[in-house]
Ligand binder design. Structure first.
Ligand SMILES: [Zn+2]
Length: 301
């Protein structure tokens, strides 16, 4: 009960913070270039409350399988569940594991502290993610990686390196789908299958889920809430995925950054991510010059 209350309080705080950040971005952008506030923050932030009942219904099934006979509900020890060979079969009912990374209980910074969270989506991969990890290590910066199952399956060693070097890992779905358009069964499957791969590579199930495109529905919110998950959105989008130049990204971030900002970048996606690798050391130096320190997403108030 204590943990639940704490989590709810934290959610409320984050909701307030997200709202405040969105307003700040909207109000104070006259000197900035064209960056728009993250779509995710413009959406309704009220969470559904019907999740507990649906989790209980799902929890009645101790395991479930997809069309290929793959056991979907992963075990806590990470021993038996095979990698999902394919999730193209009709969505089967799965249950979400409770997070085991303890991220929701980590030490928080105070609201208003001059901190920033660097976040990297869509990896791991064998090229850019290791380069980003090398830079983070060189500058002694901890960041947050929201990983995709199809990539986690190919690069479990890189995923393990992310965890071993002290960065936060979050779930970014198995196939990088728009969860707002997915059925409840598909939502659960996309998160659960990625959980299995993360659990196998690093030994824990992450607390934080970043929905692709920031796309949310009341159903997604309800399922995350009822399984003890936390949403991880952002409020400064570098648009690195679009091939934005290093100079433009650097100027935009320096212009938009505020205490508690969450900066969205990518560690996989296309050759355009080489700009991200080039940007990162410059950004770290710029933000340090401005007096910022770097935290992982779970440390934000
Ligand atoms: Zn993504």
């Amino acid at each position: 009960m204590a943990i639940k209350l704490f989590t709810n309080t934290m959610k409320n705080r984050r909701r307030l913070l997200a709202g405040a950040a969105a307003l700040t971005i909207l109000a104070g952008s006259s000197s900035c270039a064209e960056l728009k506030p993250a779509a995710a923050l413009q959406q309704q932030t009220s969470a559904g409350t019907g999740g507990a009942a649906s989790l209980k219904a799902a929890a009645g099934k101790s395991s479930a399988s997809n069309g290929n006979g793959v056991q979907a509900a992963a075990n806590k020890g990470g021993a038996a569940a095979p990698a999902p060979a394919s999730v193209t079969a009709p969505a089967a009912a799965v249950q979400l594991m409770k997070p085991t990374d303890g991220a929701a209980e980590t030490g928080k910074v105070m609201k208003g502290e001059k901190v920033v969270a660097l976040t990297f989506d869509d990896g791991p991969d064998g090229r850019y993610t290791p380069e980003i990890l090398d830079i983070l290590k060189r500058y002694k910066v901890k960041a947050s990686f929201f990983v995709v199952g199809t990539q986690a399956k190919k690069f479990p060693d890189v995923l393990k390196r992310i965890a071993d070097e002290g960065h936060l890992i979050g779930n970014h779905t198995y196939h990088h789908i728009d969860l707002a358009k997915a059925s409840k069964a598909k939502i659960l499957q996309e998160i659960a299958y990625n959980d299995i791969l993360i659990q196998r590579a690093v030994g824990f199930t992450p607390t934080f889920v970043r929905p692709p495109y920031g796309a949310l529905s009341s159903e997604v919110r309800a399922e995350l809430k009822s399984s003890g998950r936390e949403l991880a959105l952002w409020n400064v989008d570098t648009r690195d995925w679009a091939g934005t130049s290093v100079t433009v990204m650097r100027n935009n971030v320096n212009c938009k950054v505020k205490p508690g900002s969450v900066i969205l970048m990518h560690s996989f996606g296309s050759g355009k991510i080489r700009h991200t690798v080039e940007l990162l050391p410059l950004l770290i130096q710029d933000l340090r010059k401005q007096g910022y320190t770097f935290v992982t997403y779970d440390q934000l108030p």
